[in-house]
Design a protein around this ligand. Sequence first.
Ligand code: ZN
Length: 138
Amino acid sequence: MHFLITQNVDDLHVEAGSRRVVQLHGGNRVVVCLDCGCEFARAEVERLAALNLSFAEPSDFVVPPCERCGGVLKPAVVFFGESLPPRKVAVAMEHVDEADALLVAARGDALASLKIDATCGATLSAAADAVRSARSPA
Ligand SMILES: [Zn+2]
C-alpha cells in the first residue's frame, strides 16, 4: 500500500505501522489553539485534570489556555459541521490522482470496479494474508 487516507481520529493506523497516512478528520492526540493555530500534544495539556480536581459545577470548569498566546484550545479533530482542512484534502487528492487503484473500505459503491460485500475486518485481514503469502516463497 502506497498511502492511507482515513477519517479515523485515534491514530490506530499509525499504531498499526502505517507511516504514510493522512487523517482527514485530524487526530485526538493533538490539541490546536483556535487563536494562533499552534498545535500541542494532548498529553502536554493533561493539566486539565489538575486544574479541575474539585470540579463540581459546569461553571467551575477550568479550560487550560494556549501556552503561547492564551487562546482557546480544542482537540485537533474536525467536529460535525466543520470543514475539512484544505491542506489535508489537497494532500489526499494528490495521492488519489497518483494512484493506480484505490481500496475504499467505506462508501463509494457507485464508483467501484469491484465490490466485496463483507465486513471490512475479515476482508482486509484476508487480503493482507494473501499479500504476505504472495510475497514469501513457499
Ligand atoms: Zn495560541
